[in-house]
Design a protein around this ligand. Sequence first.
Ligand SMILES: Cc1ncc(COP(=O)(O)O)c(C=O)c1O
Length: 454
Amino acid sequence: MTNKPCKTNYLFYQSRKNMPFIDYAEGVYMYDTEGKEYLDGCSSAINCNIGHGCTRILQAIAEQSRHTFFAYRTQFENEPAHRLASKLAEISAFGLNRSFFVSSGSEAVEAAIKLVRQYFYNKGERSRYQLISRVPSYHGSTLGALSLTSSAQLEVPYRPMLMTHPKIPAPYCYRCPFNQKKYPACGLKCAWILERVIQEQDPERICAFIFEPVGGASTGAIVAPDEYFEVIQSICKKYGVLIILDEVMTGFGRTGAMFAYEHWNIDADILVMSKGMSSGYYPMGGILVKEAIVEEMLDKGTFAHGHTLAGNPMGCAVTLEVLNVILEEGLVQNTLKMGQILKTGLMKLKKHYDIIGDVRGKGLLMAIELVMDRKTKEPFPPELNVNQILADHAFAGGLIIYPRRPINGLSGDHVMIAPPLTINHREVDKLLALLDKALAQTTIQLGPLSYSGQ
Ligand SMILES: Cc1ncc(COP(=O)(O)O)c(C=O)c1O
């Protein structure tokens, strides 16, 4: 099959940057129209969990297309949506057994925001409308989700249009927001501050706390100490504040568990999902909600929310098959195994390259943070764009990684390394070798800047 690029560019996204045209993709590899091969070291946008070109999904699409692509949820029930919801109920815990489907992560966060408000509204607790989130964090690009996000680079132009919700610092231990000693000597200030903020804001006004169980791109895969989750849960319980877990990036096997909450037994009220859920084969997102919350909300009213494509049969059929692939092909177990090999390899690279300040993450959601001075953790000047230099060298060498800034989107440099969960040992070794080469090129390009402090 040929896939010729068109000459005139009528498209625009964030910038005028030109990229190669994609031709096809298979497993962990992607190929451009010039025939160049790229190892997808970040599952594209950390969403292609089951890898590219999965024939089982093509069959599921063909099978569903023999019935219908679309039926509107206010006119017809559809079998794939029911089967998907019941499968999700089967694999989740803590009574998270009611699904509401949408088409993206941002839409799913919007649904969660509106659901917690609707729940308290229907219950008669109408003073509760505020949510608490973390700094930094990423919850999406629509205005509601962006209001909960904290990444200055993304928010600044839109600030006058955003809702003001209180925020607390994220557990970014490498750069403790409170300049405390290492855990446990820090006393987990970053968790206990939640109680202070709830009290300051008035507990009667807060409806939910939303957070990513393992940090995503905004922090570079931060992992909180185990006790963090116990403290957060006890505070939320004490004040009747609901927990919304944003598992858009961490869900569907990414961290070595089907959902990241399993690592810490986090008893969430709402789980937000997308990305790996359909692994890029169809736009899908959704929320999994505790039965008791849905029942009480619907007993006393409605949920005034929805989108045209929500819960459409094709999206649900694709997602159901993605879930079957994850379960039947042992991708969660593979993530645990390959994640360990990847982490060991990244630690080895850290020994070799002074610019790697930190290696962190869980499963196949890993990041390396780059610093100018390993002892003081001083970041590179932001205008150098060191994360992009590394990502560009990697890309030129045939490896895709995901560059971001961990200090509220404004400074610091990290790259996310999060390949498809189908990756094998040989491919992890290849990823590490390509990254090694890109780190060497970056170090040479930075010259003396990459050796200070050593
Ligand atoms: C944790 C988290 N929540 C929400 C979103 C928004 O998802 P989408 O880009 O599908 O709107 C993202 C996207 O990166 C994310 O990582």
